[in-house]
Design a protein around this ligand. Structure first.
Ligand SMILES: [Zn+2]
Length: 216
């Protein structure tokens, strides 16, 4: 039986995947610039919501864990319900204060990649944009070479944690063949030091699109 939390995270991943696919279609088929901007802004909001929900779940999990430790009754060594509730509320307040949600959203690889793609594709139409979310200003050239094989990519996948992109077949082979399953992101200066798992990878549709455009 799968935990509710796992199911929740899987659904978020699915939503993210569908949103990116949807954006891909918008870019491909909608020619009206105003309409294109409007749809992409809506899709960006969905991605932001995914990050916010994941973050909220992570916070409450931490708060609950700490509350459990703090609410142990000295005599029975069991958590006391009332103490738990108080500690939980207190922890949540503290954690929420610490977390700068804007920063978390802006640094999420999915949101970052989406905004970069948006910026590369469209000239913002100021008249039709109703909110004040500025597009990220760093112009980023997407690298179309697989960092593992150094060959041009054809089927790119993105590491959800650090945002680096690899060719699906080479990264999959590395994960499967590396002894004790410890293949880490090979990109220079990457801050993500955990071994890569197959479930960390998602379709990098923005890069795929660049590959297709380059061939034209
Ligand atoms: Zn990386």
């Amino acid at each position: 039986m799968e935990s509710i939390e796992n199911m929740f995270f899987k659904n978020i991943d699915k939503t993210r995947d569908q949103t990116t696919k949807c954006a891909f279609s918008v870019l491909e088929y909608i020619t009206d610039e105003n309409l294109k901007t409007k749809y992409l802004k809506e899709l960006e909001k969905v991605l932001v919501m995914c990050v916010e929900s994941e973050h909220a779940v992570a916070l409450s999990r931490r708060a609950a864990k700490e509350a459990e430790a703090r609410s142990l009754d000295e005599n029975t060594n069991l958590p006391s319900a009332q103490k738990f509730d108080e500690a939980y509320v207190e922890n949540m307040e503290e954690l929420e204060q610490d977390a700068v949600i804007e920063e978390i959203i802006n640094n999420a690889p999915s949101v970052k990649a989406f905004r970069e793609q948006l910026q590369a594709q469209i000239v913002p139409v100021s008249a039709n944009i109703d909110d004040d979310t500025d597009l990220v200003t760093t112009q980023h050239t997407i690298n179309l070479t697989d960092p593992i094989s150094k060959m041009p990519m054809t089927d790119p996948v993105r590491n959800k944690h650090c945002g680096h992109v690899y060719e699906r077949s080479t990264v999959t082979n590395m994960i499967k063949s590396t002894k004790r399953k410890k293949f880490r992101c090979p990109c220079m200066g990457c801050g993500y030091r955990e071994p890569i798992k197959l479930t960390d990878l998602e379709d990098a549709l923005d890069v795929k699109r660049q590959i297709i455009l380059q061939k034209k």
